[in-house]
Design a protein around this ligand. Structure first.
Ligand SMILES: [Mn+2]
Length: 270
């Protein structure tokens, strides 16, 4: 099975600068392939090198911007129909909306995010944005399970309308094994699984390159432990969003995300 990496640097309506993050992660992918090709000995990257296709979208013209959502949905649809493993490297979290809209109700999304993107508070726009896009998604939504929320505002009733389950940061901190066990159990009843990573789920000490850093985030090892445990043939793709390299310190976040990208490719292809 091939991997189709789609660079989708959409960053309007919140957190401008994250489009450059998507493009940079695209460069990382190309560099990984180029590095491997220079080796005369077999390296682990030979498992994915010939199976990786990278397609990059741009949002430079009015037309490209106006059609962003339909362009995104068409790209997701085509990739899913081809049974490609889909790596969606997006700008802000809104850039993942076309993915959510194409997955369908029998898909389980394991979403890593510090924020629950259903904000309807007085200081939030009611128009579509990176902070409320799940409220605007065309139905049916996939089943969504959040891991790593640090939300302290939204009522359980409001959250329950969109999220099947939320495992806040405190649950991860006190009972990681229990969180993993319940995720694995929920995955059992899903036809397919999508993994959506808003990089602000990671503690800002390890991934500072985000616009809304929140303390008490996941440690990279905890993220890795959950990914390792829920991984199966049912995982059809992964999205990574909200990385703004302009806010990075000493490439800390870039190194972390670059490593994670390569790990994901090996996980799928080896
Ligand atoms: Mn988010």
């Amino acid at each position: 099975m091939r991997t189709h990496a789609i660079i989708f640097p959409f960053e309007l309506f919140g957190n401008g600068g994250t489009g450059a993050g998507a493009q940079l992660l695209g460069d990382v992918l190309r560099e990984m392939v180029d590095d491997g090709e220079k080796e005369s000995r077999t390296t682990r990257s030979s498992a994915y090198r010939d199976k990786l296709r990278v397609k990059e979208f741009g949002f430079e013209t009015l037309e490209e911007v106006a059609n962003w959502r339909s362009t995104g949905r068409a790209a997701v649809k085509k990739s899913l129909a081809a049974k490609d493993f889909l790596l969606w490297l997006g700008g802000n979290h809104l850039s993942a909306l076309p993915v959510y809209e194409e997955l369908g109700a029998d898909t389980l999304v394991i979403q890593f995010d510090a924020h629950l993107d259903i904000y309807n508070l007085h200081d939030c726009t009611s128009e579509l944005s990176h902070g409320n896009f799940l409220l605007h998604a065309e139905k049916p939504l996939p089943r969504v399970v959040n891991i790593g929320s640090r939300d302290l505002f939204l009522s359980a009733k409001h959250v329950g309308r969109t999220y099947e389950k939320v495992f806040p940061a405190a649950a991860v901190a006190t009972n990681l094994a229990g969180v993993i066990a319940e995720c694995v159990q929920r995955a059992g009843s899903a036809k397919q699984i999508w993994i959506d990573i808003d990089v602000d789920v990671i503690d800002p000490a390890f991934c500072p390159a985000v616009h809304q850093p929140l303390p008490f985030g996941l440690m990279p090892m905890q993220l890795l432990a959950v990914l390792e445990a829920i991984w199966s043939e049912k995982v059809i793709g992964v999205s990574i969003v909200e990385f703004d390299p302009g806010r990075d310190t000493g490439d800390t976040s870039l190194n972390l995300l670059g490593w994670l990208l390569e790990w994901l490719l090996l996980k799928h292809h080896e």
